[in-house]
Ligand binder design. Structure first.
Ligand SMILES: C[S@@+](CC[C@H](N)C(=O)[O-])C[C@H]1O[C@@H](n2cnc3c(N)ncnc32)[C@H](O)[C@@H]1O
Length: 260
């Protein structure tokens, strides 16, 4: 008898197929609270104009496009596990030909290896890392440090948790209110709050959301060797945070050998 062992697909893979990719840009703007405000905060926190950027979870290229516009000397490597999302990114970024490299890879591949010695000046990720297992996310932060040039910067924008249950509940309620308001303003439809709440829980489970606490993530970045680690911007349960790779220490001056 032969036994077939099927690899279990991570949930994010199912969630970001063609169905989602084709209306993702509207989906994220109606679903996220102040999506463009989050991207603005990322752009404003870039400390030094970068030449080499790595983006993990580029999706349809919304942040990539803004980075390439803002930093005309930069090239960008866009990584995402979904071919369908990246297809949209390729179309959006076509006008930056020669400055963009699109790679279909999982973040877990990044953790296991790969971009060491590339010397990126900036690594960014928006709304993507909350799909990862926390032990792998810690490993990803360590890998980011290795893949950055000295004084390189990491900037993460993501959905994060607070340790305070009642505060978390309030954030979730604000998310539901915002979704109702966004849909009414954009489509003129009045949604039922309770239904929105149920749908939201279903979507998070289906996508395998696994957000981590902000304070834990800041600690993981410090443990990975980043300095100037901070949360730069926060809007309820969304945060933009990051740190800098330290400059190499100057070699200790050799003691002068006195000559007698
Ligand atoms: C919510 S979208 C965010 C896209 C974009 N950064 C934005 O701000 O609109 C999350 C993206 O992360 C990708 N993703 C999630 N988990 C991943 C993983 N483990 N490896 C590779 N890609 C992953 C999905 O394919 C999807 O394109």
């Amino acid at each position: 008898m032969t036994t077939t062992i099927r690899a279990v697909e991570p949930k994010w893979k199912g969630a970001y197929g063609e169905g989602r990719a084709k209306d993702y840009d509207q989906f994220i703007r109606l679903g996220a609270m102040n999506y463009d405000g989050v991207l603005d905060a990322v752009l404003r926190m870039v400390m030094t104009p970068p030449e080499r950027i790595l983006e993990l979870g580029a999706g349809t290229g919304l942040l990539s496009e803004r980075l390439l516009e803002r930093f005309p000397r930069a090239s960008l490597t866009a990584v995402d596990g979904s071919g369908e999302m990246l297809e949209r990114a390729r179309g959006r970024l076509a006008r930056f030909a020669g400055r963009v490299r699109v790679l279909q890879r999982s973040f877990e591949d990044f953790t296991a290896s790969r971009f060491e010695d590339e010397g990126f000046d900036l690594i960014v990720s928006s709304f993507s890392l909350h799909h990862m297992r926390h032990d792998l996310l810690r490993g990803t932060y360590a890998q980011m440090r290795k893949s950055l040039a000295p004084r390189g910067q990491v900037l993460i924008a993501d959905y994060v948790l607070t340790p305070h249950a009642e505060v978390q509940q309030r954030y979730e309620d604000i998310w539901v209110d915002t979704r109702v308001e966004n849909v009414r303003a954009a489509l003129g439809k009045v949604l039922d709050r309770a239904q929105v709440k149920r749908d939201h829980e279903r979507t998070k489970a289906a996508e395998g959301d696994n957000p981590a606490r902000l304070d834990d993530q800041l600690a993981w970045l410090r443990a990975a060797g980043f300095e100037a680690v901070d949360c730069h911007w926060k809007h309820f349960c969304y945060a933009v945070f990051g740190g800098l790779k330290p400059a190499p220490r100057p070699e200790a001056a050799k003691p002068r050998i006195p000559c007698y």
